[in-house]
Design a protein. Structure first.
Length: 350
């Protein structure tokens, strides 16, 4: 297992993480997984034994049950607190009423205490805002998160599912006011979902942030179960819960290529999809969600799959993100500057 720096900090996290959305699922999360304590303990033990040191959860997963199961698993397995990095999130509804969701100071301070109780922990390693709140000023959210860091309840803070401009605004406010800053972005990223390459990855590189990847198999579409003519394979999570959105024709082309590369590398489609992510420099850790031990083991084994530069180039080419304005005009107008950096003399009308 390899370890990487978490953002611009001294914390080291494993290149793959254990996701716990499959733990104790209720409602929409029930389609993703309903693992109870015994099954979850087995997955947590396998993950830790493999060298994984980060476990990701959220208060909304299973309406709190995921955090409860994670906390009990750490207790049942007698895990040394300093050996594990626990990440959770806040934003979604945790009750009925206007103040039971969002990123207000009231909601954040109430929910961190409840998360700590469910996790049976004294502090959370990485506390992430789970989405954008159109109501609460970002200054209020950052003040609340800074209080948690200064009070010792949280070690680091992160952001998930936010636009690049909002993340940059938050970083600017934190810098100007001396507040704890977001050290990581948790985002959707796959061979067939590369939107964040337009704005978010350049931001991550510029600001030295970590990138935690959720749904690296595109909601199971890149598991190898989906083929043309078999739109809803039995037992596949995406057959019940069709998320995240993808371009299916593009995804089928990608699966065909990953299958071919997998045969060359003695790897499955899923392992090739994970190996592609692990080869991307901005990626800090890829979150693995599993319902069965053999599934988790196969995903962990993807860390041993080594793609060639040609493999990566072929995968990059099969599903490239379409440039959006102003990117397409930037790229057409900045050729001279890039040529000089490459040591070339650009063509010039002067």
């Amino acid at each position: 297992m390899k370890y990487k720096r978490f953002g611009n900090t001294g914390l080291l996290v494993s290149e793959v993480a254990l996701g716990s959305m499959t733990f104790g699922g209720r409602g929409a999360y029930g389609a993703i997984g309903q693992l109870q304590q015994k099954e979850a303990n087995e997955l947590v033990k396998m993950a830790l034994d493999s060298g994984i040191n980060i476990i990701d959860t959220a208060n909304v997963y299973g309406a709190g049950m995921s955090e409860t199961i994670v906390g009990q698993a750490l207790k049942d397995l007698e895990v040394d607190r300093e050996s594990v990095v626990v990440a959770t999130k806040v934003f979604g509804p945790m009750g009925k009423g206007p103040n039971y969701s969002g990123l207000s100071k009231k909601h954040i301070l109430a929910q961190v205490e409840k998360s700590l109780d469910r996790l049976q922990l004294d502090y959370i390693d990485i506390y992430q805002i789970h989405n954008e709140d159109p109501v609460t000023p970002i200054e209020e959210t950052l003040d609340a998160l800074d209080d948690l860091v200064r009070g010792g309840l949280v070690r680091y803070i992160g952001v998930s599912n936010n636009h690049a401009w909002r993340i940059m605004k938050a970083l600017g406010i934190s810098s100007a006011r001396g507040l704890a800053r977001f050290e990581s972005v948790q985002a959707y990223y796959t061979v067939v979902g590369r939107d964040l390459e337009r704005e978010i990855i350049p931001l991550i590189n510029e600001e030295k942030m970590g990138l935690l990847v959720w749904s690296p198999l595109a909601g199971g579409f890149l598991s190898g179960k989906f083929r043309r003519g078999a739109e809803k394979p039995e037992g596949a999570r995406r057959s019940q819960f069709d998320f995240p959105p993808i371009d299916r024709e593009l995804a089928f082309r990608a699966v065909d290529l990953m299958e071919a590369i997998g045969k060359e590398r003695d790897a499955t489609v899923a392992q090739v999809a994970l190996a592609w992510l692990l080869a991307k420099p901005p990626v800090t850790s890829v979150i693995l969600g599993a319902r069965r031990p053999e599934q988790l083991k196969a995903d962990i084994d993807a860390t041993q799959v080594k793609l060639t530069a040609d493999d990566i180039s072929r995968l990059d080419a099969v599903a490239p993100p379409k440039p959006e304005y102003p990117s397409w005009i930037n790229r057409s107008e900045d050729k001279d500057r890039r040529a000089y950096l490459a040591g070339k003399e650009p063509a010039s009308p002067w």
